[in-house]
Every structure is written in structure tokens, then in C-alpha cells.
Design a binder for this molecule. Structure first.
Ligand code: C5P
Length: 223
């Protein structure tokens, strides 16, 4: 196996959805199993890295991994900020909820009204919030799940979120991506290059992503 090329390297991976509560029993969230993040964390461990996972409520198996569990995007932001100073490579695979209920009700909302509105407010963008904390030696990677104009949208996010590279997948395809075993991604790099993974099990995609992150880490750190 691709020997332990990540030995001594600290990898921080986020995984899964975030959950944004409406009241004690209800929430809004999104369709993310956490499988891609889990696959990256597990592969990084196999490749010799010290791995930290910050995860929302995932269905994927995180056993044997060092996990900080969070619920909301705000909690995930705080957990990532906490761990970031001790990380060399950050891989933001979490599907963070874009919006949260503007008001939380401490008591269960009764179904007396015939209709109701839940006002949402925007969650903080974790990558944009931590961009100013990034050290020159660190490698940051994010994901872009796109249903159209994959390349164009991915490149915009690469730039806006100040990433070293972004991993894009086409969620209009049923056979890959969300809640499936396989994935096929395109990686867009800040130097303008791009690489396609081809369709692979998520562990194979994870390995390619980690190898690319490692290449950039080596270049930055002259090793
Ligand atoms: O903008 P979009 O949500 O498509 O970007 C996806 C990337 O940004 C993913 O890496 C995701 O983890 C990250 N993200 C974030 N904070 C948010 C939303 C997404 O860091 N609030």
C-alpha cells in the first residue's frame, strides 16, 4: 500500500450535515450521509496521518476515529477554529446547512395554525471565516456539489473561499455522490490546473484527494 506518506502530518476533516433546530423536536438539515468525509478520514489514517474529524450527525461509520461531534454550523465553525492551529491539511467535506431558523423555540411548537412560516437566516460560511487564520504552510480543500455549470461554479468557490484546491462533483448524476458508495470528482487547483478522478469507490476518491493535498503540502514546506 502507498506507504505511510502522511506520517507526521495532521489532517482535519469535517463530515456530514449540520442540523439547525427549530424547536426541541424539529430541525432543518440536508441530505448528507458523511460517507465522503468518513472515507477521507479513514484513508488519511491508513496513510499514516494524525486525523481529527469534526462531524455533524452522520450515518457513516466513524468508529476508530477521533471525532468531535457537533450539531449546528456555528458549533462546527467553533470546533474547526479550535483544531485549526494544530492541523496541516484541512478537508472541508461537511455539507454545512446554508440557513438556520432565525428564532429557536424552547418549547415544542403546537400544530394549531393551518400554516406557518419559518424565517431563516444565513449561517456563517466556515471556510470564509477561517480564511484569515490560514498559515502559509497549511493546505485547505473544500467541496463543491453542483447540479450545473460544475467548472464555473467550482472555480468561483475556489477563489471566494481561498482554497488550494476544490473537489467538485455533479449531483445531477444519480450513480455518484450523495448517499452512494461511489463518487467521481473533478479537482480544480489554485494554479489553474484540473484533474478528474474517474468513477471510483469513495475510498479511492479519498486517496486521490489526500495525495493531491500532500503534493501541495510538500511544495509549500519544501520537503
Ligand atoms: O458554497 P458551498 O456551500 O457550495 O461550498 C461548499 C464548500 O464550502 C464545502 O467545502 C463546505 O464544507 C464549505 N462550507 C462552509 N461553510 C458553509 C457552507 C459551506 O465552510 N456555511
Amino acid at each position: 500500500f502507498a506507504d505511510k506518506i502522511l506520517a507526521g502530518i495532521r489532517v482535519l476533516v469535517t463530515a456530514g450535515p449540520t442540523v439547525e433546530p427549530i424547536d426541541p423536536v424539529r430541525f432543518i438539515s440536508n441530505r448528507s450521509s458523511g460517507k465522503m468525509g468518513a472515507a477521507i478520514a479513514r484513508k488519511a489514517l491508513e496513510m499514516g496521518a494524525d486525523v481529527d474529524v469534526v462531524a455533524g450527525p452522520v450515518t457513516a461509520d466513524l468508529s476508530g476515529l477521533k471525532v468531535t461531534s457537533v450539531q449546528t454550523a456555528t458549533e462546527m465553525l467553533n470546533a474547526v477554529k479550535d483544531k485549526l492551529g494544530n492541523s496541516d491539511i484541512l478537508i472541508m467535506a461537511a455539507a454545512v446547512a446554508d440557513y438556520r431558523p432565525a428564532d429557536y423555540s424552547d418549547i415544542k411548537i403546537k400544530k394549531t395554525a393551518d400554516d406557518m412560516n419559518i424565517r431563516l437566516e444565513k449561517n456563517p460560511d466556515i471556510l470564509i471565516n477561517i480564511a484569515p487564520l490560514k498559515k502559509d504552510m497549511q493546505v485547505f480543500t473544500g467541496f463543491a456539489a453542483e447540479s450545473n455549470d460544475v467548472r464555473e461554479n467550482a472555480l468561483k468557490k475556489l477563489e471566494a473561499k481561498k482554497l488550494d484546491f476544490i473537489v467538485a462533483n455533479d449531483i445531477s448524476r444519480q450513480d455518484i455522490g450523495f448517499e452512494t458508495e461511489d463518487n467521481e470528482v473533478s479537482m480544480f487547483f489554485s494554479d489553474g490546473t484540473a484533474v478528474d478522478s474517474g468513477k471510483l469507490p469513495k475510498s479511492g476518491v479519498a486517496e486521490i484527494i489526500l495525495e493531491k493535498a500532500y503534493d501541495i503540502f510538500r511544495k509549500k514546506n519544501g520537503t
